[in-house]
Design a protein. Structure first.
Length: 391
């Protein structure tokens, strides 16, 4: 009869949604069986932080005490009841009987117990807490595919990973399929709503990698050849396109695919206000030449040197190219440099000058200008094809 009573009592415990205190036999001993919080949302940040947003039902609070996983970060925990923050409580680790999953027998589990001396009886609690060694991580991938008519298909993808050694308490909480929210940045004070991705009630299991599409879009692209003329021998090709995505993802790993081959991969910033500017290589059929001739005029007290520069680009490819020539501004040591242009720069971004050209197959363009300065020598001119008078 005693054995039968014990089985009945444990059946009552296992079927309950919360903690239960059971008086055993005719004695005064109680067996208390707890359940972990009901998870509502899990926030997974890219910097490794994981935050649980959970409810503690009134039925899970026994003698003003409830339990949490033992890997809680205490400095991140907040407790509220009916929207009012609770600041007075005591925490301690212990091993207690816990039903980790419905239908299972209780087992001894190391957990964190939280005692709140003053509570409104019969009311649930709201709690947020970060955890250590969560075993959950995610990253953002940007998959880009070049198609016909200069179209660029873009897909922003979440790569979600769960470690093989997830804590048992974490697996128990994840088994209840809480709402999963991914945060692409780490500063909750500054994050825009576009930096959060709600995946809904997603099933997450140990030792699995999941790829989930967050957003996709299509845009037109152009190939622009930019020559950093004082530093490089030939122009580099860049794929440029307006970002077709509304998400703010910060730095992401990207892949650029064309014809089934990933031509480039690297890091770039994804934000609606940041166009794509992706280096895709060099074109060997674009030839360049650069020369510098420096003349000295001792009668000019402040700016005795005149530097005459010439840059040539010849397009020997079979297609018209968009070309940019980028040249740094030269500053004087004591006196402001004076420039003289036959063709003024199209743009002056920062401390550089930028000229834009459309160059047909077989065409050669020549850029010439000069400047007066108080400096005779610029180390970058050492790399020019022709250098006269400046050494």
């Amino acid at each position: 009869m005693k054995r039968f009573l014990s089985v009945v009592l444990f059946t009552l415990v296992i079927g309950s949604a919360g903690a239960q205190a059971i008086r055993q036999g005719n004695g005064n001993d109680e067996i208390i069986v707890y359940r972990l919080p009901d998870p509502q949302r899990i926030y997974i940040y890219r910097n490794g932080n994981v935050v649980y947003d959970a409810a503690i039902p009134a039925s899970s609070i026994i003698n003003n005490t409830f339990i949490l996983p033992d890997n809680v970060r205490l400095d991140s925990m907040t407790i509220s009841q009916a929207g009012k923050r609770i600041y007075t409580y005591t925490t301690y680790t212990a091993e207690v009987l816990v039903v980790l999953r419905r239908g299972e027998m209780p087992r001894q589990v190391r957990i964190l117990q939280v005692y709140v001396p003053e509570l409104n009886t019969g009311a649930s609690l709201e709690i947020k807490y970060g955890i250590r060694n969560s075993g959950l991580s995610w990253n953002i991938l940007l998959d880009m595919e070049v198609t016909g008519d200069n179209n660029l298909n873009c897909a922003l993808i979440a790569e979600l990973r769960a470690a093989s050694d997830l804590p048992e308490t974490t697996r128990s909480i994840l088994a209840q399929n809480p709402e999963i929210i991914l945060a692409s940045a780490s500063n909750a004070l500054l994050e825009d709503s576009a930096a959060f991705f709600n995946l809904g009630k997603l099933s997450i299991e140990s030792n699995k990698r999941q790829l989930i599409k967050l957003e996709e879009g299509n845009t037109k692209y152009t190939i622009v050849y930019q020559w950093d003329a004082n530093r490089r021998e030939r122009p580099s090709a860049y794929l440029r396109a307006q970002t077709p995505l509304k998400s703010m993802a910060g730095q992401v790993q990207y892949y650029l695919n064309s014809g089934g081959i990933n031509y480039v991969d690297g890091q770039l910033t994804v934000s609606p206000d940041r166009p794509f500017n992706i280096a895709v290589g060099e074109q060997s059929n674009i030839l360049t030449y650069k020369s510098i001739v420096t003349a000295e005029f001792p009668e000019r007290e402040n700016l005795p040197f005149t530097h005459n520069l010439e840059y040539q680009v010849e397009n020997q490819s079979g297609q018209t190219i968009n070309l940019e020539i980028s040249i740094p501004v030269s500053y004087g040591e004591k006196h402001r440099t004076e420039y003289h242009f036959t063709k003024a720069p199209d743009e002056r971004p920062g401390d550089r000058m930028l000229w834009r050209y459309t160059v047909a197959p077989g065409q050669k363009i020549v850029l010439q200008f000069s400047y007066d300065a108080d400096l005779k020598y610029d180390p970058s001119y050492r790399q020019f094809d022709y250098n006269e008078g400046g050494r």
